[in-house]
Design a binder for this molecule. Structure first.
Ligand SMILES: NC(=O)c1ccc[n+]([C@@H]2O[C@H](COP(=O)([O-])OP(=O)(O)OC[C@H]3O[C@@H](n4cnc5c(N)ncnc54)[C@H](OP(=O)(O)O)[C@@H]3O)[C@@H](O)[C@H]2O)c1
Length: 328
């Protein structure tokens, strides 16, 4: 499978490293807007011992659909920001898997642009998927899969506890690490902090389960550290924000039917994902892994590669594809 890699931050690098050691994959071009990476050998940038003979470009090179089978787009979180790139790739007939959170389920937030992108992708035979771990897997695809054994489902609740220590600088920034409580409150008002995607997971679940929602309530609570902690950009002090608790409730017919409790902060203990489904039968499943984050995101995106390549054209969601599974 011939790959175009766009974006070489921690996720793009993890994907590239994985592809380099998997048989049957070849990176034919790599692009990044960071001038520090441009012109350097891909192997050097992703931390391999020897060069791979591929220089990182500043923009997508002219490519024939025969030159490339699939693009991994791992750049930014917002749908509108990746839209021009998606239009270019779709018009070139290139299939895409993106880690863009808002591309996981853009239908409710950007209905018109979603429809337009879907039409262009279909016209040019390109399949496009936005996925990841959160959104993309734990709070939506996996929760939905578990409902597969239920006769009735009354409520879904997901609790996710993530230790943000040692994680991507971009994630630590998103959760307000190092801010004062006052600066955090202001950033919440200006929508500059908080995790991107939980409301998209909620909309996805509601739509697939055909739950008509009255709306949702969202609340961001800062988690403050009581001791100095090491963050990606240096040390933070006692009393500063070390992460966030992001609470979301989805209401249908006046009842809470979906709730997400996401706790992402430096030093979080007992990291886990618990999916609780109230129904017939009621069931609860807990996943424990220190790596159900970026390592897993790279794994999922790559494992979805062959599935997206073989899928029908259009803008797809995880429900349109076969079950994600490990691919050798
Ligand atoms: N759904 C999930 O579970 C999940 C998991 C992990 C990551 N993500 C998301 O995936 C994205 C990538 O993650 P990351 O941590 O690797 O991000 P990152 O650290 O911000 O790195 C992104 C890289 O892409 C480059 N870039 C930005 N716009 C570009 C463009 N138009 N063309 C080419 N390169 C471009 C950036 O360059 P500059 O530095 O010059 O901007 C940077 O080098 C983020 O939005 C992240 O939130 C989602």
């Amino acid at each position: 499978m011939k790959v175009l890699q766009i974006g070489l931050g921690p996720i793009g690098m993890a994907i590239s490293r994985l592809l380099m050691r998997k048989p049957g994959w070849e990176i034919v071009a790599a692009v990044d807007t960071d001038v520090v990476k441009q012109g350097r050998d891909l192997g050097d940038v992703i931390g391999l011992e020897s060069p791979v003979g591929l220089d990182i470009c500043s923009e997508i090179p002219p490519l024939d659909p025969d030159d490339v089978d699939l693009a991994f787009l791992t750049t930014v979180s917002t749908f509108t920001e990746v839209l021009p790139t998606l239009h270019t790739l779709a018009r070139g007939g290139i299939h895409v898997i993106a880690s863009t959170e808002e591309l996981f389920y853009p239908h409710h937030r950007y209905p018109q642009q979603t429809q337009e992108l879907d039409t262009i992708a279909k016209q040019h035979g390109a399949s496009i998927l936005g996925t990841g771990i959160n959104p993309g897997f734990v709070m939506d695809t996996l929760a939905l899969l578990l409902t597969g054994v239920c006769q009735d489902v009354a409520r879904i609740a997901v609790t996710r506890v993530v230790n943000a220590a040692g994680r991507r600088p971009s994630l630590q920034k998103q959760i307000g690490v190092g801010m004062s409580p006052e600066a955090f409150a202001q950033a919440v008002e200006q929508q500059r902090v908080g995790l991107v995607g939980p409301t998209d997971s909620l909309a996805f679940l509601a739509d697939v389960l055909k739950w008509k929602m009255d709306g949702f309530k969202e609340r961001l609570v800062p988690v403050l550290t009581h001791k100095p902690l090491q963050a990606a950009h240096g040390q933070i002090e006692s009393g500063q924000v070390c992460g966030v608790r992001h609470l979301i409730k989805g209401i249908s017919n006046g009842k809470e039917v979906i709730s997400f409790d996401l706790r992402v902060y430096l030093g979080a203990e007992q990291t886990r994902d618990t999916i609780y489904i109230e129904g017939t039968p009621t069931l609860e499943s807990t996943l424990k892994s220190p790596d159900l984050e970026d390592v897993a995101a790279a794994g999922l995106l790559v494992n979805m590669g062959p599935l997206v390549y073989q899928a029908r054209p259009g803008l797809l969601t995880m429900i349109d594809l076969p079950l994600p599974h490990y691919q050798r």
